[in-house]
Structure formats: C-alpha cells, structure tokens
Write a protein that binds this ligand. Sequence first.
Ligand SMILES: Cc1cc2nc3c(=O)[nH]c(=O)nc-3n(C[C@H](O)[C@H](O)[C@H](O)COP(=O)(O)OP(=O)(O)OC[C@H]3O[C@@H](n4cnc5c(N)ncnc54)[C@H](O)[C@@H]3O)c2cc1C
Length: 318
Amino acid sequence: MSEITVIGAGVSGLSSALNLQLAGFDVRILTRDLPQFTASSAAGAVWSGGSVSGRARRWADDSLSHFLTLAKRADSGVGLRRMRQLFPQKAGDPWFKDRLPFFAKMPPEELPAAGQDGWIMDLPIVAPPRYLQNLQEQFLEAGGKLEVREVESLDALEAESRLLVNCTGAWAKYVTPDPEVFPIRGQTLLVDAPQIRSGYMSASDDTYLFPRDDGLLLGGIYQFDSWHPAVDAEQSRDILERCSSIEPTVSDAAIIRRAVGIRPGREAVRLEVEKRSRERAVIHNYGHGSIGFTLSWGCALEALDLATQLINATNADG
Ligand SMILES: Cc1cc2nc3c(=O)[nH]c(=O)nc-3n(C[C@H](O)[C@H](O)[C@H](O)COP(=O)(O)OP(=O)(O)OC[C@H]3O[C@@H](n4cnc5c(N)ncnc54)[C@H](O)[C@@H]3O)c2cc1C
C-alpha cells in the first residue's frame, strides 16, 4: 500500500507528487490521462500573479522563485521573456515588481489609447509539454509509480492509501464531488514564429502571445461552462486574427499544434485537509482556474506541509 496516492497528473498532481516524494514519502499517482493529455498541457503558460491576494499570493510567490530558478537551466521547459501587459484603465504597480529581473511602466506614447495603462516586464513562461515531462521523469526516476486509471470517487480509494491528494482539476466537480467547480474551456495555437521575441497579453480582450521554448503560443478563449474537447476551427481563426493585429507576421506562421484545455473554475482554490476518519484523510488541491501554473509549486509546498502535519499527528496517536 502506498503511503500517499495523488490523483491527477496535471501540473497540480505532478508538482504535489514530486514534492511529497522529495520529502521522503512513498507516493503513487493515479490518473485518467497521461500528463501530455491534461488541461495543463494545453496551457499558456505564463507566470501571472497580478490578480492574487491572501494565501494565493504566497503560493504565487513561491512558484515565482521556483520558475525563476528553472529559467536559468536549459531544457527545464521554463524561459524568461520580455512581456507587455495592457490594461483598459490605470493600473498601479504590482506587488511582485521588485521580484522580477525587469519591470517598468509602459511609456504613455506606447499605449494604444488614452486612459489605458501597461507594464513591461521579464516573466517566466512555461512550455508545459516539456516541463510536465520533466516533472514526470524526475518522479519516475526517483522510484515513484504512475498508474493510468479512472477513479470514480474518493470513497472507492480509501482502502488503498492512508492519505489521498485530490488534484483532479475541473473533474473535481464529479470526483470529490464539488458543485462549486465549473469548467472554463480554453483553446490555443502553437506557431513557428522565432522572429517574435517578446510577448503580449491584454486584460481587455483576452488576447495573448507567449514566446516559449517550443514556439509562439497564441490565445485565448475563455468559454464558461463548456466541456467541449474538440478544437473549434472558427475559434482558431479568431485567435489568429486577434494575434495578427498585434504582431502581423504571425498570420503566415506555420501551425505546430492546436490544443483545447478545460480550466478548473472555482471562486477560490480548494487547498485544505478533509479528515474522513481517524486514520484517513484527503488533501484537496484543485480549482486553480486560469492561473494553475502560477500557483502550482507554492500549492504543492503547502500540500506537503499539510501531509507532514497529518502523518506526524497520526503516528503520534499510535
Ligand atoms: C488554454 C489555457 C491557457 C492557460 N494559460 C495559463 C497561464 O498562462 N498561466 C497559468 O498559470 N495558468 C494557465 N492556465 C491554467 C492552468 O493550465 C490550469 O489551472 C492548470 O493546468 C490546472 O492543473 P491541474 O493539474 O489542477 O488540472 P489538470 O491539468 O486538468 O489535471 C487534472 C488531472 O486529473 C486527472 N483526473 C481527472 N479526473 C480523474 C478521475 N476521475 N480519475 C483519475 N484521474 C482523473 C486528469 O486525468 C488529469 O491528469 C491555462 C489553461 C488553459 C486551458
């Protein structure tokens, strides 16, 4: 019997499993989908901490430290890129401006319209396919087990592990079950455009261009309450049109990959312990919405703290 079973192999599950394993726990992952077929694999994925507060600020800050370290290593799947972020109204300075290697306000003459605001900054951008593969390899090479298996409910697993870590993303709606979770469908295009070295994101029309190690990632789509798994050709055209209005040369770029991912929407992330009996418990780590990479490493560190406290308390009880 594994001491801890992590359910899910997206960025939340892999980060949690690896941190638990590094701390010495015997961990296995159960997942319906391999990492390359998760919502995480379809993501942007820029570190984007502008909207977080409370506990989430600590998770974002811990993740930022992790990604800034990885950005210095070749093949980590994380790069540091110059980004412009536009706002439809005045924006103050973000809490993380001194944490970044470069931050400046956009000069007024570079803003598209009066009354707008913008930041220019160097941000970590993750290429999820490579990053997730790295996490998976580290976990397996250190002796972790990964089993492809669909879990119907947490109850069904209780006899198999003393501690479960629930990282089922949007599917926590059914697995937990948690009616507060809702799907937010996204779609992206990865194109070959090495001429574009700096990225862009806009708070007003959800358009973004992220120069990654594996290509230029174009988005985005935020389709609430949709689970539709297939690529929508009309949405791909819309993304390309919006991104071409920012960087005209992308209209001719070769398309490397089209992807769909279902973000786990929830009013707030659920990261907490649910005691199910004296000896059994679940740590929930899901509901990260559109910033699951931004929060991933910090959430995994907190999941590790919760697991350590739980297991120490159970051992002390006898
Ligand atoms: C298009 C797009 C762009 C994004 N851009 C960014 C960005 O720029 N920055 C950022 O920080 N975030 C971004 N996000 C958000 C981020 O990707 C998500 O918040 C994050 O991937 C959620 O990860 P997760 O591991 O919790 O869930 P998922 O990646 O969905 O993984 C869930 C796991 O649970 C498993 N599972 C589910 N149900 C079961 C079951 N019944 N039995 C067994 N296993 C099960 C699945 O197989 C999967 O392995 C983006 C998302 C999308 C879709």
